[in-house]
Design a protein around this ligand. Structure first.
Ligand SMILES: *Cc1c(COP(=O)(O)O)cnc(C)c1O
Length: 425
């Protein structure tokens, strides 16, 4: 047997993989493949694990919608008490549609347009996390024009190495995100002079995934004196938003970030600070809430290696191609044997792989495989490359099953396109 990562909501029963109480095979047969399956119970369990570990500081949780922006996922978390951390007007629209109150929404991102800022001001969101001084000016101008107030938290870049992939590291000086700690006071002074800005707090986000509490502690130690100073200067300064990035295990030998360890490590640094602490978890909540189910189309062998060719590709799940991310791949019906090789998709790119040089379940044509940990940065990063329709998304809760996004059709894919009348017939 291959060792594997055990996720309680995706258990094996009599050799068959289940999504909560429903056999994955039955769902694949009914709804087709590739198929994203989400467990509502897992979303709830992760949310409450985080909240209860940090109960002593009673943090506000803003779910990072970019990790999985399906309306049903946003709503499932909002039902438990989560707000939303959005990074675009589109995500703000989704969060509002899913029923998240505007006062429970924060808006991040380095490139907010005027339209996006206007939309957020009209909705009257909790605050913007601001990434630069020109952005402060723009928010103030738009707020003045609309007769609104732009509440802001400056995103401070604490220059801490989160020990992650360079593409997902955001809190180092060389990254485009945030304002350096020593320039932050200047940014706040600028904000304070602007007419329609209210200083709501301070924001940081280090990158992702972070597997130990140390980067958070290091960063908090750097920003704590700054927070104390700002709290003294501005009476509206009440929030310390420590961002997301809480890691989950992707490999059987990984641990993930334990929320209780995080709590024990950060409580002393936060002690006596008397600010409302906020967190912006994405992956931690959604990562293992989702699997991607694919069907084996061919098993192919060349002189060097074996390839399991499945009907899910980099357009469905790009993390392996983009970040060399590891996802466990398990059989939907347990198999005895293993084979060594790659799991690849049908897309015409050599980078179209889900697993490389690995011991894999000995599957055959027609068998089903499940890619674990696909709930975060999975469907949301999917595309129509190679004119492949995006997969359906299903949510399971116990024995309840709902289609939360229909599989795309060829018509969906060409919607909005047209051929100029001057082309020859
Ligand atoms: C991406 C992002 C998050 C969420 O990151 P996760 O690793 O999914 O927890 C939170 N805050 C900000 C500002 C982000 O950009």
């Amino acid at each position: 047997m291959l060792s594997s990562l055990h996720i309680q909501e995706f258990p094996y029963q009599n050799g068959e993989l289940y999504a909560e109480d429903v056999p994955v095979r039955a769902l694949a047969e009914q709804y087709g493949t590739p198929l994203y399956l989400y467990s509502r119970s897992h979303l709830r369990r992760q949310y409450h694990a985080l909240v209860s570990a940090l109960r002593a500081i009673n943090p506000e949780i803003f779910f990072a919608v970019k990790s999985n922006s399906n309306l049903a996922v946003i709503r499932a978390l909002a039902d438990e008490g989560a707000g939303a951390d959005v990074v675009s007007g589109g995500e703000l629209f989704r969060a509002r549609r899913a029923g998240v109150e505007a006062s429970r929404i924060v808006f991040a991102g380095v490139g907010k347009t005027e339209e996006e800022i206007d939309y957020a001001l009209r909705e009257n969101i909790r605050f913007f996390t601001v990434e630069s001084e020109p952005e402060l000016e723009r928010i103030s101008q738009r707020a003045e024009a609309l007769g609104a107030v732009g509440r802001i938290a400056v995103r401070v870049n604490p220059d801490v190495d989160p020990n992650t992939h360079r593409y997902t590291m955001t809190g180092k000086a060389e990254n485009k995100f945030g304002v350096d700690v020593d320039r932050a006071v200047k940014a706040y002074e600028r904000a304070d002079r602007l007419p329609a800005i209210e200083i709501a707090g301070l924001h940081m986000h280090l990158g992702s995934p972070i597997m130990t509490p140390q980067p958070y502690v290091e960063a908090l130690e750097k920003v704590r004196p700054l927070c104390e100073e700002l709290k003294g200067r501005y009476e509206t300064f009440r929030h310390l938003d420590i961002g997301g990035g809480m890691g989950i295990p992707y490999r059987p030998d990984e641990q993930g970030l334990n929320p209780r360890d995080l709590a024990m490590a950060i409580f002393p640094v936060l002690n006596g600070l008397d600010l409302a602490v906020a967190l912006e978890p994405g992956r931690f909540l959604t990562g293992h809430a989702g699997i991607l189910v694919a069907r084996v189309q061919y098993v192919k062998e060349n002189s060097l290696k074996k390839f399991i060719i499945v009907d899910a590709g980099m357009n469905d799940l790009i993390r392996p191609a983009l970040y060399e991310a590891h996802h466990e791949i398990v059989p939907v019906r347990e198999t005895g044997g293993t084979l060594f090789g790659d799991v690849v998709g049908p897309v015409c790119e050599s980078g179209d792989f889900l697993a490389v040089d690995r011991d894999l379940p000995a599957v055959e044509q027609g068998d089903l495989l499940a890619v674990m940990g696909a709930g975060a940065y999975g469907f949301v990063m999917s595309s129509n490359y190679n004119s492949r329709a995006r997969a359906a998304e299903i949510m399971v809760d116990g024995s309840e099953v709902r289609v939360v996004r229909e599989r795309e059709t060829p018509e969906d894919m060409i919607r909005g396109e047209s051929i100029p009348e001057w082309t020859k017939r």
